[in-house]
Design a protein around this ligand. Structure first.
Ligand SMILES: *Cc1c(COP(=O)(O)O)cnc(C)c1O
Length: 405
């Protein structure tokens, strides 16, 4: 699929060195928080900061006019990344708002059902619980023995009462990648009118995504995680042929035209979910981040991430008292662990003092799953293609030193 004529072979050490040479942050930290906010490459910084500079120099509206073509290209880049058309893309301030615009826009009726997974993201579940107040039933499909959604039980839950199937492709709290394509086939088969909405916020930029192959109706992503773009930018992509089924929950004069004193007309495309005012610098940075990832080749990025994550999991498993907690048949770049004695906070702070960034994932973000596994918090160490073996040694060595100290 390389769109930009880049080779598709596995990423060699000098490829990784080139990517790191592009990334100012690797001089300062050993970063294992790519699933939180990755370290952006220089071209992303140049696009973002460059636009802010232009706004200061010539005025914000004038800088927008001057950047209009490059802003249009952001839609094309995102469309190309997920196998959609630019008219199906809406740019948002984050991934959650994109997801919200679709899910709150679904015309739920009393007695409808919403089906979701055990590892669904907290913000999404909170929104579902609010929608449930309208008399909609929320059904959480249990996991199978490997810790991914149980496809047989999903199949058994789906019928014409199901209005939406809402799935986090990769949860915030572990390596699991849900079988999105199998889910899509089951939804199309059992509940063809249901909305299948994929929260791809952890997978975009990490693995190849093709909305047609997945069979989802909408897909939400953001900029700051595996795409390595700036914070405060995201998107949602909605199939054009289903767009009119949604009633955007909030609209402004970007989403619609005020056509007469008492009338308005929604935009014909997915930009009806956008708001007029936006951080154009962040959007430009996100667009460059997508182009950058596509130029490297998402397949190559994916393979390198899997390799580094497996390396980290296997080294951590060798440490006494450490349990690696990742689930699922297919796993990506998020690695989670607990220690029998040390708290996640102790581990995070100790590593932080050595310039090693990890994060903590808690029950707040993924309560269904964490409660089922009896977990309150875990250390999350997420790798990317730029993660080196030496960084992995430093992380594992750090935990080792803390354990014996
Ligand atoms: C981070 C995350 C989100 C939230 O993304 P925002 O861009 O911050 O809104 C949603 N879902 C999952 C699975 C996440 O990991």
């Amino acid at each position: 699929m390389p769109e930009h004529g880049v080779d598709s072979g596995p990423m060699a050490d000098d490829d990784v060195e080139r990517l790191r040479a592009d990334t100012p942050g690797v001089q300062h930290v050993r970063h294992f928080n790519h699933a939180g906010a990755s370290l952006p490459p220089q071209p992303v910084m140049d696009a973002t900061i460059g636009h802010l500079q232009r706004e200061a120099e010539i005025g914000g509206y004038e800088a927008f006019d001057a950047a209009e073509e490059r802003l249009e290209d952001v839609y094309a880049q995102i469309a190309g990344l997920v196998g959609a058309s630019p008219a199906e893309v809406a740019l948002m301030e984050n991934g959650t708002r994109g997801w919200d615009m679709v899910v709150y826009g679904i015309p739920f009726r009393k007695g409808d059902r919403v089906v979701t997974t055990m590892s669904e993201y907290g913000s999404n579940v909170i929104a579902m619980l609010q929608i449930a107040k309208r008399g909609v039933d929320l059904i959480v499909v249990p996991d199978d023995e490997r810790g991914q959604i149980d496809l047989e039980r999903l199949d058994a839950q789906l019928d014409s009462r199901v209005r939406a199937v809402l799935v986090s492709h990769m949860p915030t709290n572990g390596g699991l990648i849900q079988p999105a394509e199998e889910i899509g086939r089951i939804v199309r088969d059992r509940a063809p009118d249901a909305w299948y909405v994929l929260d791809a916020i952890q997978t975009v930029g990490q693995i190849s995504l093709d909305m047609a192959a997945i069979g989802c109706d909408a897909l939400a992503g953001n900029s700051r995680k595996y795409l390595r773009g700036p914070r405060g930018a995201g998107f949602v992509v909605v199939r054009q042929d289903r767009l009119d089924e949604l009633e955007p929950p909030m609209i402004d004069n970007q989403a619609a035209t005020w056509t007469g004193p008492r009338s308005y007309q929604l935009r014909p495309d997915a930009r009806r979910f956008e708001s007029w005012e936006a951080n154009h610098a962040a959007r430009l940075g996100m667009g460059v981040a997508v182009a950058y990832a596509r130029e490297i080749g998402i397949e190559r990025i994916a393979a390198r991430i899997v390799r580094q994550a497996e390396r980290l999991r296997s080294e951590l498993s060798g440490l006494a008292g450490v349990t690696v907690r990742d689930q699922g048949r297919q796993q990506g770049g998020i690695v989670t662990l607990t220690h029998e004695r040390l708290t996640p906070l102790e581990i995070k702070e100790f590593l932080g003092n050595r310039g090693i960034n990890v994060s903590i994932t808690t029950v707040q973000s993924t309560r269904f799953d964490m409660e089922a596994r009896g977990l309150d918090a875990m250390v999350r160490a997420s790798v990317h293609a730029i993660t080196t073996d030496a960084e992995i040694e430093a992380l594992v060595g750090g935990i080792h030193d803390l354990m014996v100290s």
